[in-house]
Design a protein around this ligand. Structure first.
Ligand code: NAI
Length: 454
């Protein structure tokens, strides 16, 4: 059984890569060990957004008076919410499978392991079969980091300590939830469980939440969620889990907080073990597969895309990386660029960013001009976000007079940010951006407003 390409891993990088390859005429085999769709479709992006949307509707209903509507006896049915989430996932996974079928991608379910090199290609074993291919695309993704802290592994066995996988499938809302790590997953799940009634504590090692998020925006988000009752412990490092107690260090002291459930969201790491990379000598650096701008590893015709390269760990980056790999495989030179990749935290309000923040630009020694605008300058935002205090920050390179970064907090920032990514990716000058016509009234107009206020 000889293929032009074997794709290992069926998440966003793998399934899209396989589809694009087949469309380019490559005889393609996709091997997936768990579920087609990967973490994103099955236990990440899609299920979390489905739950968060239900929580948002619940919040709207409970706090609708500020919009002149009184809703009585609003109830949250967790069982039905989970059922709907499962339905959404099922539909999407079926959709991906049917697209793969339509593209004539062969699909094998099982864990793949590279067996070695043969003249003109590679051998890959799965279940009890061995397949041959002239090219490989490794897209094995990432897995949650479980720090080597006492009690963490035991807690997972007991079902008290959870990862992104289990937290999306609880059959009951926990009374109390401690979240270890105030990064993207931690904040999205804090938002959800706060809305649906858990007592949520977020313990974060840094002095801010949201990692590299712009500091002003991170502070607004922190205050918003503090006002809704989430308890944040900053500059606090979790060191031990002892039954229902989470113990963290803060200011030289050890403090314990009790929790029914604990979410471990301290980052993810690439999956590079157990796939036979060593049999053909694929270089792994700091736990991630090393690739060049074409997605190529150090081994000819062996490419890697998605979280496994450890660069960006975002599904949308994975899509583009996979496309870059396939384009290069079929001889269309294409280089990956990371300077305009948007990122979103799906809290309520949403946070969306692209490009340099004031902080990162200054660190790089770029001479910048920045502006910070209240989102309330947008009529549409004002109409739809009663009491909202969102902001939009714009960072411009003074020397080239081009846009470097846009960062916002306020709904629906996630749907707006790609416009800014386009402007940055295309290196548009401020003068060119001024000539763009935005639909009115939209929240996106805040970018135009900011550009004219520079
Ligand atoms: P993260 O890297 O975003 O955040 C982890 C946080 O945990 C950091 O702020 C770190 O300082 C803190 N931390 C580490 N050890 C700690 C300890 N012992 N005690 C207290 N705090 C500690 O990682 P997260 O949230 O697990 O997300 C993983 C990946 O998934 C991210 O790379 C993200 O890109 C991706 N993701 C993206 C989403 C999106 O785009 N909306 C949604 C969910 C995940």
């Amino acid at each position: 059984m000889k293929y032009d390409l074997i794709v290992i891993g069926g998440g966003p990088a793998g399934y899209l890569g396989a589809q694009r390859a087949a469309n380019e005429g490559l005889k393609t085999l996709l091997i997936e060990g768990r579920r087609v769709g990967g973490v994103c479709l099955n236990e990440g992006c899609i299920p979390s957004k489905t739950l968060l949307h239900s929580a948002k509707i619940y919040d709207y209903a409970r706090f609708s008076e500020k919009y002149g509507i009184t809703a009585k006896e609003v109830e949250y049915d967790h069982g039905k919410v989970i059922k709907r989430k499962n339905k959404v996932v099922r539909i999407l996974v079926a959709g991906v499978k049917s697209q793969l079928k339509a593209a004539k991608v062969s699909l094998v379910e099982g864990y793949a392991s590279i067996k070695g090199k043969i003249p003109g290609g590679y051998l890959v074993g799965v279940n009890d079969d061995v397949y041959k291919a002239s090219r490989l695309l490794i897209a094995t993704g990432s897995t949650p980091i479980i720090p080597p802290m006492p009690g963490a592994k035991e807690g997972m066995k007991e079902g008290r300590v959870l990862t992104n996988r289990e937290i999306l499938d609880l059959n009951q809302i926990p009374q109390s939830l401690v979240i270890v790590g105030g990064g993207v997953i931690g904040l999205e799940m804090a938002s959800y469980y706060n809305s649906v009634g858990s007592k949520v504590t977020v313990i974060e090692m840094l002095d801010r939440i949201g990692g590299a998020t712009d500091r002003d925006i991170s502070t607004i988000l922190l205050k918003k969620y503090q006002s809704r009752g989430i308890d944040f412990k900053l500059e606090a490092k979790v060191v031990t889990i002892d039954g229902d107690k989470v113990i963290y260090e803060h200011g030289g002291q050890e403090v314990a907080v009790e929790a029914d459930k604990v979410l471990m969201s301290v980052g993810r790491k690439p999956v590079t073990e157990g796939i036979g990379l060593e049999t053909i000598g694929v270089e792994v650096e700091n736990g991630a597969i090393k690739t060049d701008e074409r997605g190529l590893t150090n081994i000819p015709n062996v490419y890697a895309a998605g979280d496994v390269n450890g660069i960006s760990l975002l599904a949308h980056t994975a899509y583009r990386e996979a496309e870059v790999c396939i384009n290069n495989m079929v001889g269309n030179r294409d280089l990956m660029s990371y300077n305009a990749i948007p990122s979103v935290i799906y809290t309520n309000p949403e946070v969306a960013s692209v490009g340099e923040t004031e902080e990162t630009a200054k660190k790089k020694g770029i001479d910048i001009e920045g502006i910070k605008l209240p989102m309330r300058y947008s009529g549409r935002y004002l109409a739809e976000n009663e009491g909202g205090n969102g902001i939009c920050k714009i960072v411009v390179d003074k020397k080239t007079n081009s846009l470097l970064g846009v960062h916002m907090i306020g709904n629906p920032a996630s749907e707006i940010i790609y416009g800014a990514a386009l402007m940055i990716g295309k290196q548009m000058s401020i003068e060119d951006i001024k000539k763009l016509v935005f639909p009115h009234p939209t929240v996106a107009e805040i970018i135009r407003e900011g550009i004219f206020q520079l």
